[in-house]
Design a binder for this molecule. Sequence first.
Ligand code: UD2
Length: 296
Amino acid sequence: ESHEFYLLAPEHQQYEQPSILHGRTDVVTVTPWLAPVVWEGTFNPVLLDSIYKVKNITVTATVFAVGKYIMFLKNFLETAEQHFFVGFKVHIYVFTDRSNEVPQVRMATGRQLTVRSVPSSKRWQEISARRMELIQTLIEEQLPNHNDYIFCLDVDSKFHGRWGSESLGALVAVTHPGYYRDPRSRFPYERRPASKAYMASGEGDFYYCGGAFGGLLQEVHHLAKTCRSNFEADTQEGIEAAWQEESHLNRYMWINKPSKVLSPEYLWQDFKPKNPEVHIIRFSGVVKNYAEIRPN
Ligand code: UD2
């Protein structure tokens, strides 16, 4: 059984009549391969929650807080409590080398946190890159044979608004806030043919961010496994993609089209003024001083 097969609505539910004539006109709400693009105003959160509630799903989230990045964890966890799948079963896995510094955050019933120890690292590129391997292993060891969902999120970020059941899909990607208005020629894809993350000119749908992606466990497992093995193949050849695992993720999403695309509402950047088409910022990257927080 897969959660993707059908949506079961509860009986006797009343809500505003949907329209196929009126809706958002300032943004595109579907991709050319007919995946929804989620923008505020395109969905009914109450209806969606009621549909997914009866499925009794658990939403897993992974977050890495290695080295000084532990300082972002408190805010991430506290705001997740307020906005991330409120009312659902949520299991957050924190990967860190500083287990003793994991903050105590009160979590609502049905929500839990697990801390997993990872080794420290000298290069920040290695930390972000190793995430794919750890996500792959987590799914294999802790979450096998489940139809549940997982999201993999950057820790140097926080929630400001609802991030809920509207984001669920088999394979989910978020359009990067810095590039969604740009022609694909400007996307910072890996451009060297020697890399497994190579994107030729004229290729690519969107530029997706490495800081948030997700979907069904089996789909994300396939993604993590593929990106990890391509990343390692590159390393063997002495090549590191332009934006590490984000480059590999972009290559993956070009070949494996996401079934749902989340608008930049789902990953904004605090230093960027809000654009008019962005009616709500749900999650955003905090401003950070790279020189101060990265190992080198
Ligand atoms: C971009 C991406 C990021 C990743 C990176 C690849 C967004 C918003 N960000 O961000 O997801 O693809 O490029 O280079 O799409 N981390 C630690 N300790 C460290 C360094 C990193 O725990 O010392 C973890 C942490 O969870 C952090 C993540 O790795 O959120 C990404 O690293 P970053 O935030 O330094 O990468 P950044 O901001 O350049």
